[in-house]
Design a protein around this ligand. Structure first.
Ligand SMILES: [Zn+2]
Length: 311
């Protein structure tokens, strides 16, 4: 019995060590001279994609490296760090969480262990405080326990609201909020010197946006419109490859507006939720996650618009 437990403990240690050693790095796509992004899969997070279904960006400054997003799990964060070390000798000096969703913050544990400060919008931190454990449980259910090794809920210790300039002498890096959008505490990162905008989950590309019960669709559209005042030349969306305004407008803003317009027209004709589920979304069927999200999105947006009719 004793032997078995020692063997089991040894077995666990070996499997942890193997997971640690498997940190092979993530492919970094160069966006500009100083910006790189590990482009996530445009599908649901899974064991196959290592939970890497959103963009993890890397900004080089003379003072060190700024990382946008903690990543979906400890191991993914370690993989990103491996890639950064292959790119530069500069240390990582800040980690930014784009919101309070799992793929933004669940890798924080890794960065915390490295002693790197983590920052997020105060609403994102509140979201992690309230729902972080449930988010971690969901991640384990979705990806399996293999990807959960060492992953924990680590709160960003730096909070801001409105806008905030990272205290880095070498480079102006602005954290911006435009109002409610996809989920609580959504922020974008703006690099005025290179006119690069890392939008966070305010903008999707190559896959359908996800509308959640706490997503305010009209606010999201308004926030998106505010964001477009920035003179950005290159956009790194929350999901999908780097692109320009036209693509993210079509896939995000115009898609949401289409579902709002269709919902209004159903309500004006005394239609109900069942009609919302039938809204013709075929113009967007080429996008990834369409099958999983299209009908849900229509239902959630319809229900929000329907409430306005009772105000
Ligand atoms: Zn996202």
């Amino acid at each position: 019995m004793k032997k078995t437990s020692i063997f089991l403990i040894f077995g666990l240690l070996v499997s942890c060590a193997q997971i640690q050693q498997s940190s092979t790095g993530l492919e970094l796509t160069q966006v500009t001279e100083t910006v790189y992004a590990a482009i996530g899969a445009t599908e649901a997070p899974s064991l196959e994609n290592r939970g890497h279904n959103n963009n993890l960006s890397v900004i080089l400054t003379a003072d060190g490296v700024v990382v946008v997003n903690g990543g979906d799990n400890y191991q993914l964060a370690a993989d990103l760090h491996t890639s950064i070390k292959q790119l530069t000798n500069l240390p990582v000096i800040w980690v930014i969480n784009e919101n309070g969703q799992g793929h933004a913050f669940l890798g924080n544990c890794y960065w915390r262990q490295q002693g790197i400060p983590i920052i997020a919008h105060e609403a994102a931190i509140h979201e992690i405080e309230s729902n972080g454990t449930a988010t971690l449980d969901n991640m384990i259910r979705r990806n399996g326990p293999q990807l959960a090794v060492n992953t924990c809920v680590a709160l960003p210790e730096h909070a801001f609201s409105g806008q905030y300039q990272l205290p880095i002498p070498a480079r102006q890096i602005m954290l911006l909020t435009f109002g409610d959008a996809h989920s609580p505490g959504d922020i974008s990162v703006w690099l005025p010197d290179e006119q690069v905008l890392i939008t966070g989950d305010i903008a999707f590309h190559e896959r359908l946006p996800g509308v959640f019960p706490d997503t305010h669709v009209r606010s999201w559209i308004a926030s998106f419109d505010k964001m477009t005042a920035l003179p950005a030349n290159i956009i790194v969306p929350g999901h999908g490859h780097p692109t320009g305004w036209a693509d993210i407008r079509a896939t995000t803003r115009d898609y949401l507006q289409y579902l709002v317009d269709q919902s209004e027209s159903i309500l004006n004709n005394d239609g109900d939720l069942s009609a919302a589920y039938q809204i013709d979304q075929s113009a967007y069927s080429h996008l990834n996650t369409f099958t999983e999200l299209a009908v849900k999105n229509a239902g959630r947006i319809f229900q929000q618009i329907e409430l306005e009719y009772f105000e």
